[in-house]
Write a protein that binds this ligand. Structure first.
Ligand SMILES: Cc1cc2nc3c(=O)[nH]c(=O)nc-3n(C[C@H](O)[C@H](O)[C@H](O)COP(=O)(O)OP(=O)(O)OC[C@H]3O[C@@H](n4cnc5c(N)ncnc54)[C@H](O)[C@@H]3O)c2cc1C
Length: 291
């Protein structure tokens, strides 16, 4: 590794000032499970690292029945996985957090790092998109918000400017009769990255017969995590059935633009989108009925 300057600010404002002063070449360091690997093995050079680990304001999970869930960007996956509200009411996010890497990885890997690293396969992205998460972003000029689905601009690229820090992710309170799920396919059971990941959040009308709202997030099938909007449109206002879910799954396939690589061909990925979207819609429906 090449030499770099290291800062460990004790407050968000201090971190923002360092970013502004040092300019390009400065990188934020959260858990380091992506960044340090890229610096050691992928030739990434940063002239300075600004650690976020001492920023207590980035490491919190709060839930309020009015405003919903707010997860600090520096919260690690193990903490998210262990949170009872995440487990009970944001099941898709729980499922993603609990399958990322190993126990050791989850103790270090943060949700902000997973999003800002912007891998098309990032496991937290499809559930956050499905659960309608909003990113809170801070810069020396103030705070702005962006839907998580709009944050990704390309493989490894986000809409964040060089002086911006992702501070938190906010998820609305799931309405009654709502269910969500995240599943991924990997060649190995653990310690592998998604060949395809599917996150679904589905809400039924109070009579339990009609789909009121649904969101479908897909990972590893395009240059960024994506939302299958045509599939959602086909489902909204309809009575759930096998045929409807099969039609929506075809629309999700049409929305995906997968590549062929060592983990699988484009055709294999499309078949996975077809099968997994149907399966996830079925699971989300069951959960919505049981809630
Ligand atoms: C063994 C192993 C297994 C893994 N398994 C998985 C897996 O199953 N699924 C998966 O999705 N990923 C996996 N990963 C990748 C990685 O662990 C995750 O993406 C993790 O969540 C990254 O978080 P981090 O805190 O370590 O980020 P870091 O490595 O610290 O940072 C990643 C990037 O995000 C930027 N960044 C971090 N925080 C912020 C912020 N608050 N604001 C702005 N920019 C920020 C950094 O500057 C850097 O560019 C694995 C990695 C390893 C080493």
């Amino acid at each position: 590794m090449r030499r770099f300057d290291y800062y460990a600010p004790g407050s968000l404002s201090e971190a923002l000032s360092i970013l502004q002063e040092r300019g390009n070449g400065c990188r934020l360091l959260a858990g380091g499970t992506d960044l340090l690997v890229q610096m050691r093995e992928a030739g990434l050079h940063a002239s300075c690292l600004v650690s976020l680990r001492r920023l207590a304001e980035l490491r919190s999970i709060d839930f309020d029945e009015g405003t919903g869930l707010r997860i600090g960007a520096g919260t690690d996956m193990a903490t998210i996985e262990a949170h009872p509200v995440v487990h009970e009411r944001y099941r898709a996010l729980f499922e993603a957090a609990s399958l990322i890497g190993s126990v050791q990885t989850r103790n270090m890997a943060t949700i902000g790092g997973n999003i800002c690293n912007a891998a098309p396969s990032a496991d937290s992205a499809p559930p956050l998109i499905a659960l309608d998460a909003v990113a809170e972003i801070e810069s020396p000029g103030g705070r702005r918000e962006l839907a998580v689905g709009d944050l990704f601009t390309g493989p490894g690229a986000t809409a964040l400017g060089p002086n911006e820090i992702l501070v938190a992710l906010r998820l609305p309170v799931p309405p009654p009769h709502a269910g969500s799920v995240y599943q991924r396919h990997t060649p190995r059971q653990e310690m592998d990255i998604a060949v395809v990941g599917v996150g679904v959040a589905l809400t039924l009308r109070p009579d339990g017969q009609i789909i009121q709202e649904v969101r479908v997030g897909l990972g590893a099938v395009a240059p960024t995590p994506i939302r299958a909007r045509e599939a959602e449109d086909a489902l909204r206002g309809q009575s759930p059935s096998e045929e409807l879910f099969a039609r929506a799954a075809e629309l999700a396939v049409a929305a995906s633009r997968p590549i062929s690589d060592v983990r699988g061909s484009a055709a294999f990925r499309q078949e996975l989108v077809r099968v997994m979207t149907r399966r996830c819609l079925g699971i989300a429906l069951e959960r919505a009925r049981a809630s």
